[in-house]
Ligand binder design. Structure first.
Ligand code: SAM
Length: 285
């Protein structure tokens, strides 16, 4: 839901808060089979992608989200070869994955092909990785696509919208189990698990569901600040039966990464898993 004046766009969150930006131009609007898609040019955030009235990608801060969705898992698993991204039609997660020369294949399973087309056109930098020859597209429901794989992937990244509409199934335990079964031994999965501040119940339910699926202490939430998302404090949950990402031995960034990352590094990795008291308390409840 959103309120638009002739110069401002607002995402109304929970009917009680608004996150707004001034825009200089609306570059695109269309309705796909799944959602309403808008792109704005803004002085503060660069270009902004809106799906069904919600902030999805901004040129100004999406690098934080994409680097934190991808690199903790890639660092934890180490020389991942086969990667699956579910959702992520903006291409930002894929662009981070293909920065690893050891990756042999990266499959993008995005239910809405129109999102990919729009982001290729309006967010060429964010979506640049989609042109990598190792990338394969699948326009399907990720909850259905994942069912066919057992022990297949080194890393699965779930870059979904909120748990509404087509995204809802990606927050349910049958999907979590299917992701777990699709991983090879030693593999890891990361799920975007919303805001512990503004979506406390969704966050707690997701982390507990993942903990129940991957095994006690094998689902580790971590945090990053994404200014354009409601409440800015955002969570991801890294699930691995083989590794504890929060206590991995300190890894240095491979040289090919240290030059082309703008947020993630080993210190950020470890600090992200250090949860504030209010988050620890809500998960202990
Ligand atoms: N970073 C954003 C966030 O945290 O909200 C998500 C970005 S990405 C644009 C989210 C994508 O998930 C959308 O393009 C949407 O079409 C896709 N999606 C939603 N449900 C899906 C499903 N069941 N299977 C595959 N893709 C799905």
């Amino acid at each position: 839901m959103s309120i638009k004046s002739d110069q401002w766009f607002s995402e109304i969150f929970g009917g009680t808060t608004a996150f707004s930006f001034l825009f200089s131009k609306k570059l695109y609007e269309s309705k796909s089979h799944f959602q309403n898609i808008e792109v704005y040019e803004t002085p503060a955030l660069g270009r902004v992608l809106i799906l069904d009235g919600c902030f999805m990608v901004t040129e100004a801060d999406s690098f934080i989200y994409h680097e934190m969705l991808v690199h903790p898992a890639m660092a934890t698993v180490g020389n991942a070869k086969k990667v699956l991204v579910i959702g992520g039609g903006d291409g930002g997660a894929v662009t981070e994955v293909v920065k690893y020369p050891d990756v042999e294949s990266c499959t993008l399973c995005e239910i809405d092909p129109m999102v990919v087309e729009v982001c290729r056109e309006f967010f060429p930098h964010v979506s640049s990785g989609l042109n990598d020859p190792r990338v394969t597209f699948v326009n399907e429901d990720g909850a259905r696509f994942i069912q066919q794989f057992k022990g297949e992937f080194d890393v699965v990244l779930v870059d979904s919208t909120d748990p509404v509409g087509p995204g809802e199934v990606l927050f349910q335990e049958p999907f979590y189990l299917a992701v777990k079964e699709s991983l090879r031994r030693g593999g890891a999965a990361v799920f975007q698990t919303e805001s512990p501040l503004f979506m406390r119940d969704v966050f707690v339910k997701a982390v507990k569901g993942l903990d129940g699926t991957f095994g006690r202490d094998h689902a580790k939430p971590f945090l990053a600040t994404i200014p354009s998302y409601p409440g800015a404090l955002w969570s991801f949950t890294l699930c691995s039966e083989a590794f504890d990402p929060a206590h991995q031995k300190t890894r240095t960034l491979p040289p090919h990464l240290s030059t082309n990352l703008n947020y993630y590094n080993p210190e950020i990795h470890f600090s992200a898993f250090a949860l504030p008291q209010f988050v620890r308390k809500m998960l202990a409840g």
